[in-house]
Design a protein around this ligand. Structure first.
Ligand SMILES: [Zn+2]
Length: 445
């Protein structure tokens, strides 16, 4: 698509109304920039007398899309005002904030009616790879304002414009930004202060630490100083001053699909595609095998379709659990579909539902001293190593042992868990939808 405003942008139909805006910074390896662009745009909209309502939305898109940008995030927000003025302000600020960067932001602005036309297709961007031609066609036909060079960015932008995060589970993130003159220098964020914040706010925040390491501050040269993820905006605002760090230039709260598992769809394997994030019931059909690099592979049968599932070495305890599976065990695996023949699934989360009894060969006890005997060789009976007694006509017996792998949920360590994956801490904290508020947004500085 050529750069510039598409035909519909000059549509005089833009007037004071509610508009849903979506932006996506594509091709920026530094990550974290999309929320910063949104932060700048929202502040500018307010400065120009336009009202951003509800909360800005940080939408993480399908992490299993093969050509994702880092973090794969898009930001949406809703503005009440004059359409032309919104478009001008957003475009100017975006151009300003991405100047000198190798990124080409995508921008989509949709009114209520245009949003209704695209939401069916783009609400799927959370969990699957959209057909770029089909989705672009629908976007163009909707009459929404479409601005940007790259289709990929436009898909993210359209998804963020139309997904208001009203249905199902959601969480929040407070993102604090660095002062511009410090961007690119090492961050000063005290890990100890993050740990003590985590103690105080353990029931309302998540993913603060991975082991003893803080994970609220990124490492790259992006403008994010730190991000606090949690269950409600108030606790995040109270938790923020506990982080000892360089002085942020500002901060903003986003409602987000992070940590919700919302991307996993329960689709039958037969109708899934490359890039889908799936949650799949299956039965183990072969013993797990460890391959080079320490990854573990298992064969599953899901509704009559066979699939190879892989747990990578980095997934630690979850990989070990996969290695402990046995033929006939029933599991639920969550992860992304990879393009291979036969299809394979990259396990991000494992739920062991039911295990078959494990059977082992056990030799009889010695009649003389009571110790366990050992096999004396094929057809040779058994022998007691302790007292030397031989039992020519005895042999081992198959016995059932208590299951080796307790049913339950197995997750990778938090350092290798994806943005969208629900961490253990959030189990039991799930929310059931929220209401869109026409109230002026004020949770930023
Ligand atoms: Zn003995």
């Amino acid at each position: 698509m050529r750069e510039g405003v598409s035909k519909s942008a000059s549509n005089p139909g833009l007037a004071r109304a509610l508009y849903h805006v979506g932006i996506d910074d594509t091709d920026d390896l530094r990550g974290g920039c999309t929320t910063y662009s949104a932060y700048n745009v929202i502040k500018e909209l307010f400065a120009n007398g336009l009202d951003v309502v509800d909360l800005p939305r940080l939408l993480r898109l399908d992490p299993n899309v093969p050509w994702k940008t880092r973090g794969n995030a898009a930001v949406g927000f809703s503005v009440l005002g004059d359409g032309e003025q919104i478009l001008e302000t957003v475009k100017t600020t975006l151009a300003e904030s991405t100047r000198g960067r190798y990124s080409s932001p995508g921008l989509v602005i949709a009114n209520r009616c245009q949003r209704a036309k695209i939401r069916g297709v783009f609400s799927r961007a959370e969990s699957r790879l959209l057909d770029p031609f089909e989705s672009f066609e629908i976007l163009s036909r909707s009459g929404a304002v479409v601005w940007g060079k790259k289709r990929r960015g436009l898909i993210g932008a359209a998804a963020a414009a139309c997904n208001l995060l009203l249905a199902g589970d959601y969480s929040y993130e407070l993102i604090a930004y660095r002062r511009p003159e410090l961007i690119g220098t090492p961050r000063r964020v005290s890990g100890l202060s993050v740990a003590s914040m985590d103690v105080e706010f353990h029931s309302s925040t998540f993913n603060n630490l991975s082991g003893f390491m803080q994970c609220v501050a990124p490492h790259g040269s992006d403008p994010v100083l730190f991000g606090l993820r949690g269950e409600d905006p108030r606790s995040l605002i109270r938790a923020m001053p506990l982080i000892r760090s360089e002085t942020p230039s500002g901060w903003m709260i986003f409602v987000t699909n992070q940590g919700t598992d919302n991307h996993y769809q329960s689709l039958p394997l037969k109708s899934s595609h490359l890039g889908d994030s799936l949650s799949l019931y299956g039965s183990v059909t072969d013993f797990p095998r460890m391959v080079k690099g320490g990854h573990v592979m298992i064969e599953l049968d899901s509704d009559g379709t066979k699939i190879t599932a892989v747990a990578f070495r980095e997934t630690g305890v979850m990989r070990d659990a996969v290695a402990g599976l046995s033929i006939g065990d029933k599991v639920m695996v969550m992860g992304g579909v990879k393009m291979q023949l036969p299809p394979s699934l990259n396990i991000e989360k494992l739920k062991v539902l039911r295990t078959v009894p494990r059977v082992i060969l056990r030799n009889p006890l010695c009649g003389l001293c009571g110790r366990r005997t050992k096999s004396a060789g094929r057809g040779q009976g058994v022998r007691c190593e302790a007292c030397g007694m031989a039992y020519k006509n005895s042999q081992g017996m198959m016995v059932f042992v208590p299951q080796g792998l307790p049913p339950g949920l197995y997750l990778p360590p938090s350092s290798s868990i994806g943005h969208l994956t629900k961490p253990l801490a959030r189990y039991g904290r799930e929310k059931r939808g929220r209401e869109f508020r026409l109230r002026r947004f004020s949770l930023f500085n």
